[in-house]
Design a protein around this ligand. Sequence first.
Ligand SMILES: Cc1ncc(COP(=O)(O)O)c(C=O)c1O
Length: 406
Amino acid sequence: MTATHAAGRKLKDAIFDANQACNEAIKIHGKDKVTNATIGVVLNEDGKLATLNTVEKVFREMEMSELVSYAPISGLPDYLDAVIDLTFADNKPEAYFGAIATAGGTGAIHHAIANYAERGDAVLTSDWRWGTYDIICNETGKRLETFKLFDDALDFNINDFAVKVDALLKKQKSLLVIINSPAHNPTGYALSDDEWDKVIAVLNAQVSSGKKISLLVDIAYIDFAGEKNSTRAFMQKFSNLPEDFFVMISFSMSKSYTFYGQRTGALIGISASEKIIDEFKDVSKYSCRATWSNINRGAQALLVKLNADKDIAAHYEWERSELYHMVQRRADVFVREAKECGLRIVPYKGGFFIAIPAENPAAVCQKLHDDLVFAVPLKLGIRVAACSTSFEKMHGLAEKIYRAMK
Ligand SMILES: Cc1ncc(COP(=O)(O)O)c(C=O)c1O
C-alpha cells in the first residue's frame, strides 16, 4: 500500500540486534558475567543510566504549564540565545548567527539535509559514520557519498576528501558536507586544528570557482571530547567566510544534559551575510512546521534556567565533567591495552565510542559471544561503547577482541 518511493523501506538496526542478543545472554548467564558494549548512552559503573542531579532538580521544580505548553515553532527565543552561547563558549566566529529549535540533533541534521542539498544530489560525509545520515538522505530524496576518513597510516585522509569533493562538484553545482567532530561516532576521532584548516581550504577553493558549499558540523558528543574552549576552538575558523560558504552546527541536549528522550536540539547557521541567515531561519521554520511543528517546551525552558543561574550552571558543568572523566577513564584502559596486545584501533581522541577496523565485523562480534562480550558490528569494523561498559569490564576487552579476530 505504500507510495512507490516508500516501498521496501525498513530500518536495519545493528545496535538493536546486538543489544537483543546481549539481553538473551544476560538472562542465561547473569549481568555480571556479560559485557554489554553496545549501548549508546552513559551508564554508571553499576550499569544504571547516568543522569545529572542538577538537571533533575531544575526539571522537577518546573511548572506543569511550562512543561506541557506549546512552544513557538522556531523555539523559545531565550533557548536559542542559550544554545548559541553554549555552542560557541568563547569561540564565536565573526559572522551572523541564527538558530532554530529541533527535535534533537537528529532533527537538526534532517533540516540541514532537507534544505541545503538539491533533490537527487549527493551529500558527502566520511565512510566511518553514523548510519542515520544515510536514512535522512534517502528519506529526503538525496543520497550519501563518502570519503575515506583515514589513510593507510590511520591519519585523516585529506586527499580523499579533496578528490571526492572535486568529483561531486564536477556533477553538481552545490554540495553539503557533513563532518562529525569532535568525538566522532563511531571512532572517537576529532579533526586537529591543521586538519580543519585543510578542510576549509578545500571547500573555499570550490567556492572560489563558483560552487556553493554548505558544511554541517555535527557536535552531538562535544561535551565528552575534552575541555570546553579547546574542543570549540575550531569554530573561530568560520569567521568571515565567503557568502557562498554556509556553515551549520547541529546542537543536541541528548548527551550533554543526559536528556536523550526529551528530543531537544537546535540547528545553528553561521554566515557572513545577514540575508543568508534570514533565509536559513525562514526555511528551517517551514521545515519545523512540516515535521514536528514545535518541540518540547519544558526541555527548552530547562536549558534557559540552567544557563541563567551562574551557580547552577557551574554545578551542572562539574557534574557533567565527572561523567566525561568516567567515560574517558574507561576508554583509556581500552586504548592502552589495545596497544599492549597489538590490537589495531582507529585513533580515539574522546567521546562515547571506540572503533576497531575489521574485515568481517559480524564474524568477530559473533566469536566474541563465546566470551560473553557484545559489541556492534558496523560495515568497516566493530564499535565498542566506552560510555556504557564499566571500568572493570573494560579490562581485558581489547585482548578478547584481538583473540576473536585471530
Ligand atoms: C553522530 C550523531 N549525531 C547526532 C546524534 C543525535 O542524537 P539526538 O537526536 O538524540 O540529539 C547522534 C545520536 O546518537 C549521533 O550519534
